[in-house]
Ligand binder design. Sequence first.
Ligand code: ADP
Length: 275
Amino acid sequence: MSEACSGNCSSCSSNCSSREEAQDMRIPCGPFSNVKKVIGVVSGKGGVGKSLVTSMLASAMQARGNACAVLDADITGPSIPKSFGIKSRAKADESGLLPEESKTGIKIMSINLLLESEESPVVWRGPVISGVIQQFWKDVAWGDVDYMFVDMPPGTGDVSLTVFQNLPVDGIIIVTTPQDLVTMIVKKAFNMAKLMNIPVLGIVENMSYAVCPDCGKKINIFGESKIDEIAAELGVPVLAKIPIDPKNASLVDKGAVELADDKYVADAVDFLKKM
Ligand code: ADP
């Protein structure tokens, strides 16, 4: 093994004994799916608003006339159906499993659409969860989709690996908050994508600040943000800075995330459209 081994043989010129030819493990989608772009939304840890950002990006993109879908790969913490107000179970016909549609027509597949009750826990081991994600990709009849957003589980574990290896991910967006550990956590997610040869499209800083309802002043609840420096160091753009907004939390709770003000993600959507 070369001393400078990064584990990624495809970008290394060394001819060492552990060299392995890069294997293409991507699975083709099913015959009833035509998905043009696949964008993974990742976070280094849970609770930073990854699902909210996924939902807002899909809603804003759909509102601008693009056919969007959300594949909820956060199998043990699926929150996508709830934020879009979808309570029905997924159906199937001869073309395969059918995604449910949100009020504005966003196609959605999530484990919660298949469980008896949305409160049933998913107590499955990694390989089973990975199998479900593969099925969501190849056995669901997605139809024509311009942008599929994949709400990834937090962290850099088994399931993230499955998505990166098996789905033709065009790029990822890293969602984070302005806290102390951010540098390390963002870099972990960034380095995993690099290792897997997946482009990092940019970073979204969620809960970036709050606005005082009385005087309109911006308050940096988690302290001064370092996101611009981190992004510059990694050579990727900051695609959005989203404030803490109780209205958004309440829209998610009501299943009406599509009504959230999309001005904060408008630039990110314009950026993605140029991909
Ligand atoms: P994750 O997917 O990273 O675990 P979620 O998107 O589920 O995080 O967000 C966790 C909770 O925080 C949800 O209740 C969500 O509505 C709320 N939340 C996330 N971002 C914001 C925000 N910018 N303003 C207000 N509430 C938010």
